[in-house]
Design a protein around this ligand. Structure first.
Ligand code: SF4
Ligand code: MG
Length: 325
């Protein structure tokens, strides 16, 4: 099967002034060598602490951020360095849904116009067609026609997220990047929106990259999961495999932090030392070594290879095999 999206050794750096001398520039290594294939109609989850580069990765894919190195292929076409004009026909096929549906919806524009706007930019010139398509899409996300003339601030967080989903899907994209799309919502509303996204995926043949810091949400929605740490994917596997047979110490730590519902069952909690290091100056060797309870000398010097530890299961740790169990 051909991947819909192929990311190869992607690096997105942000220059900053180190403050030492006037020409001393450093780089924030926000995304630092990510390779990833995403297949049609799957949901690939990306999980990791805030600041690990998940959002920057998504923003690089839709080219809100400029890529420093590496490549992004979408539907077989290299889109890494396309100009804004060259990107327009492609951007219609890649959409993003953000965490905060309020700030992404223009408060002065009626909901109908918000949903229609991408069609205006993409040459749907007939106002009646735009209106009908907007009303149809609002219905698909569970909103009735009266919403068309109202304003976003009149609605609850969950309804606003439905409106921004309608706007994201109005051009029938292939790939949708959900960046903490349910993180701002109450738990009961979260599951409604997750179910909606799932139904829409079936109906419209969507492919999702689903970004969240919440392991339980990622587990619920994803077919495969990638775990990010300081700009890199440290582990990637089919969802059940990742949760039942984690290989990387960082993944194990994230999983051990999820409370076990059965209080009688002993929990092997792995407590991480220290804070997330700065992506301005990531540690040498294995980036996780400053916090890893299993580190050995080699970890400070040599970067572990990201390799297939069993079929479809990738991890970057010198000692994966030895750490089993
Ligand atoms: Fe820990 Fe070393 Fe594995 Fe890195 S390579 S995760 S420091 S054991
Ligand atoms: Mg983020």
């Amino acid at each position: 099967r051909e991947p819909l999206l192929e990311i190869r050794d992607l690096k997105t750096y942000f220059p900053f002034n180190t403050g030492f001398g006037k020409d001393k520039k450093g780089n924030v290594h926000a995304v630092d060598g990510v390779s990833l294939d995403v297949y049609p109609k799957e949901t690939l989850g990306l999980v990791g602490e805030s600041g690990c580069g998940k959002s920057t990765l998504a923003r690089s894919v839709i080219r809100i951020e400029n890529v420093t190195e590496g490549s992004i292929k979408f539907m077989g076409q290299d889109i890494t360095h396309l100009s804004k004009d060259q990107l327009r026909p492609i951007r219609k096929n890649i959409q993003i849904i953000f965490q905060d549906p309020y700030s992404s919806l223009d408060p002065r524009m009626p909901v109908g116009k918000i949903v229609e706007e991408p069609m205006l930019v993409n040459g749907v010139t007939d106002p009646e067609e735009r209106r009908q398509r907007a009303i149809d899409m609002l219905a698909k996300v569970g909103l009735r026609e009266y919403v068309y003339d109202r304003y976003a601030h009149e609605f609850s967080g969950g309804q606003r997220q439905r409106i921004s989903i309608a706007r994201s899907l109005i051009l029938m994209p292939k790939l949708v990047l959900c960046d903490e799309a349910v993180s701002a919502l109450d738990v009961s509303i979260q599951s409604q929106i997750l179910n909606l996204l799932n139904d829409l995926q079936e109906e419209l043949n969507l492919t999702y990259i689903f970004i969240s810091h919440a392991m339980n949400v990622i587990r619920h929605v994803s077919k495969r999961v990638g775990v990010m740490y300081l700009g890199k994917i440290v582990e990637l596997a089919p969802t059940q495999e990742l949760f039942e047979n984690p290989q990387h110490p960082y993944t194990k730590a994230l999983l051990s932090a999820i409370p076990v519902p059965d209080p009688g069952k002993a929990q092997n909690r792995i407590v991480l030392e220290g804070d997330l290091p700065s992506p301005k100056n990531p540690p040498n060797g294995c980036r996780f070594h400053t916090r890893c309870p299993y580190r050995k000398e080699i970890c400070e010097q040599e970067e572990p290879e990201y390799r297939e530890v069993c079929p479809g299961h990738f991890a970057a740790c010198h000692f994966c095999e030895q750490l089993q169990k």
